[in-house]
Design a protein around this ligand. Structure first.
Ligand code: HEM
Ligand code: HEM
Length: 183
């Protein structure tokens, strides 16, 4: 809980609306980006559909970068911070998980952009504009970045699973307000 605005004595028990909207936008985008990579992984190299899914991954990736920049800026300035409902190790685990998300999301976005550049491929945003990048065309660098991007993608998805499970345990088993605060 947080007294907000300071000194008014009002007890705020929910995240503010922009934080909630940005949280669920992030969740939807991360899950979609990961699913797209899983689906194109099943398709033959060079097929039109595989290329389309990769273009969609880039467009949604650019959107995610914008959402994360706004989210971090909002959190650092006007976003409401609520104390965890957990205590002791649970509180520490929740804080570490949230910090890890911000770090891994930034790493994943950075490696995604760097990978596209290393592949010497264009950036396109829902066909509204396309930016041709001269790119490095460095295959070794592209392979290293692809391995990093793939690994971080999997780590993120595993942590999302744990995070979502924790939220559902709070809601259905512990019956506290943790999930409601983010709805
Ligand atoms: C890609 C998916 C997700 C990401 C990256 C993500 C990330 C985050 C982050 C960074 C926070 C901390 C908010 C802050 O203080 O800035 C948070 C809070 C929260 N998330 Fe998620 N989340 C995801 C999906 C989900 C899902 C699927 C659920 C529920 C089933 C969920 C439920 C919650 C709840 C309840 C909180 C508030 C926790 C508290 O107040 O201690 N999230 N999430
Ligand atoms: C959290 C968000 C993201 C997740 C979970 C994610 C996940 C993945 C995964 C699992 C792959 C397949 C890697 C492999 O080849 O084995 C991939 C490929 C790729 N991702 Fe992402 N990604 C995300 C964000 C981004 C962003 C923001 C960009 C850049 C705008 C990006 C650009 C790429 C590129 C260029 C590829 C390689 C496509 C190819 O094979 O040509 N990704 N991504």
């Amino acid at each position: 809980m947080q007294i907000d605005p300071p000194g008014t004595g009002l007890v705020m028990t929910r995240y503010d609306r922009p934080t909630v909207v940005l949280h669920w936008l992030t969740a939807g985008l991360v899950i979609t980006l990961f699913s797209l990579a899983l689906v194109w992984g099943l398709l033959e190299h060079g097929t039109a559909l595989r290329k389309e899914l990769q273009y969609l991954h880039i467009s949604l990736g650019i959107l995610l970068a914008i959402v994360i920049i706004i989210r971090i800026a909002w959190r650092a300035t006007r976003g409401r911070h609520l104390a965890s409902t957990a205590t002791g190790i649970g509180k520490w685990a929740a804080k570490s998980m949230h910090l890890a998300f911000y770090f891994l999301l930034t790493l994943q976005i950075g490696s995604g952009f760097a990978l596209r550049w290393a592949q010497a491929e264009s950036f396109t945003f829902f066909r509204l504009f396309t930016v041709e990048i001269p790119g490095s065309g460095n295959k070794t660098l592209a392979h290293t970045l692809e391995a990093l991007h793939d690994t971080v993608g999997w780590v993120l998805i595993i942590l999302v699973g744990l995070h979502a499970a924790a939220a559902l345990i709070h809601h259905y088993l512990l019956r506290d307000d943790t999930l409601k605060r983010m709805l």
